[in-house]
Design a protein around this ligand. Structure first.
Ligand code: UD1
Length: 418
């Protein structure tokens, strides 16, 4: 498996264009399943995860073509089984469940794999489909769902906020018979993007971006052209990189409003953050000062930036308390950061980080997507050469990472597996 060699200790300076959001693109691609008419998605990042979703859609019979960052889908689904081999690579594959049920009244979807950051059950997805009239069984590692007469509108109350289950419910309810009310839903920008695209296809959705979404089911959806929103997690990762390397980065094609929680904390750590409509500039002012965070659903601090922020706190002045409330096993970067000389103590969902003046080079191993990039950020602060192995996770979520960082002064190179 490929690795990265990073010779750090240099401030990152320059401009970075932020790509389309992986987590918005994945559910948007699933919309290719529910309409025969062409759906054209622009700004779809070319990542292992989006390419793997395109493969799954092709298996399901959708005619998918990609030209650069434009993906065109035609024909809708022609079969309803998503097998283990295709689903195991990526947990987001479960997002085909709602669209398949909406189109076919039937779906057989393998239980997903993906990042090993906790047990990550699918009970909320199942519950949502049941609330819309499906009969669901879990058997032989598969979710088997049927709604022979089609889905019917209903009231689905989520006991906890789930991004994926909200997306599945939204896609299913769009084509269900009658009105639906989805309560205690996720408010992430990716949900708003999905609802906007569905509405452009003729769906009747209101309330997206709030805790309750109302959907008036329609008989069919037509084609549309939709541009995927920019990736707030990629932008957040580079914002942290600027702050922790003593750098000065301007992030283009991004929206500061989707990153309020992070930008507020970065200011607390001493960085100067300036925003325009579509740029964020982060300028470091010396060693960062320690700050505390608690991860929360949007608009709270994103769990997908927790590892990167922890890497920054490892070299901050003072102690930081990092509380992870979304996933129960999302501290897999900790043992690797410890190898680089960090001082971190974990107790359940809380990590106490005592900042060190600097970290030291060590061979480390990437574990999940955001953990991997946190090791890259840590290595960028270290004078001398760090080696990160098993970086395939990075390719799942960061488009042209080496090029983007390299253009801003980072020295890093990919070591191809022999
Ligand atoms: C999405 C994002 C992921 C991000 C996460 C939280 C995508 C492709 N992935 O993942 O990057 O880290 O949101 O912001 O958009 N849960 C259940 N039962 C379920 C579903 C979820 O208990 O049926 C739990 C999870 O274990 C977790 C919490 O709900 O503790 C939130 O997970 P969820 O919002 O569903 O995350 P994903 O949609 O998988």
């Amino acid at each position: 498996m490929d690795g990265l060699e990073i010779d750090g200790g240099k401030p990152l300076q320059g401009d970075i264009i932020i790509s389309g959001a992986k987590n918005a693109a994945l559910p948007l691609l699933c919309l290719g399943l529910i309409s025969d008419a062409p759906l054209i998605l622009e700004n779809v990042p070319e990542l292992a995860d989006t390419i793997s979703m395109e493969g799954l859609l092709r298996h399901l019979g959708v005619d998918v073509t990609r030209e650069g960052e434009i993906v065109t889908m035609r024909g809708g689904a022609r079969r309803y089984d998503a097998p283990y081999d295709l689903v195991r690579k990526m947990r987001a594959s479960v997002l085909v469940l709602g669209p398949l049920l909406a189109r076919y009244g039937e779906a057989r979807v393998s239980l997903p794999g993906g990042c090993a950051i906790g047990t990550r059950p699918v009970d909320l997805h199942v519950r949502a489909m049941q609330g819309l009239g499906a009969v669901v069984e879990l058997a032989d590692g598969y979710i088997q769902a049927r709604a022979p007469g089609g889905l019917s509108g209903g009231r689905v109350v989520f006991p906890m906020v789930s991004v994926g289950a909200t997306e599945n419910a939204l896609m299913a309810a769009a084509l269900a018979k009658g009105p639906s009310e989805l309560v205690n839903v996720a408010r992430e920008p990716e949900i708003i993007d999905l609802a906007n695209c569905l509405n452009a296809m003729g769906a009747r959705i209101t309330g997206h971006g709030t805790g309750t979404i109302s959907v008036e089911g329609v008989d069919e959806l037509h084609g549309a052209t939709h541009a995927v929103i920019s990736d707030r997690i990629e932008a957040g990762t580079f914002a942290i990189a600027a702050a922790m390397t003593g750098g000065d980065l301007t992030l283009q094609r991004t929206r500061a409003r989707t990153l309020d929680a992070l930008l507020m904390v970065l200011r607390e750590t001493g960085a100067t953050v300036t925003e325009t409509d579509d740029t964020i500039r982060v300028v470091a002012n010396g060693r960062p000062v320690a700050a505390d965070i608690t991860t929360d659903p949007f608009p709270g601090f994103p769990t997908d930036l927790q590892a990167q922020f922890m890497a920054m706190m490892c070299i901050a002045d003072g102690s930081s308390r990092i509380s992870e409330t979304i996933f129960e096993n999302r501290f897999m970067h900790v043992p690797e950061l410890l190898r680089m000389g960090a001082d971190i103590q974990v107790d359940g969902g809380i990590a106490m980080v005592r900042g060190r003046e600097f970290l030291t080079p060590a061979p480390v191993m990437a574990t999940d997507l955001r953990a991997s990039v946190s090791l890259v950020l840590a290595a960028l602060t270290i004078e001398g050469e760090s080696q990160i192995s098993r970086i395939y996770h990075l390719d799942r979520g960061y488009s042209r990472l080496e090029e983007k960082l390299g253009n801003c002064g980072a020295q890093l190179r990919r070591i191809k597996a022999s």
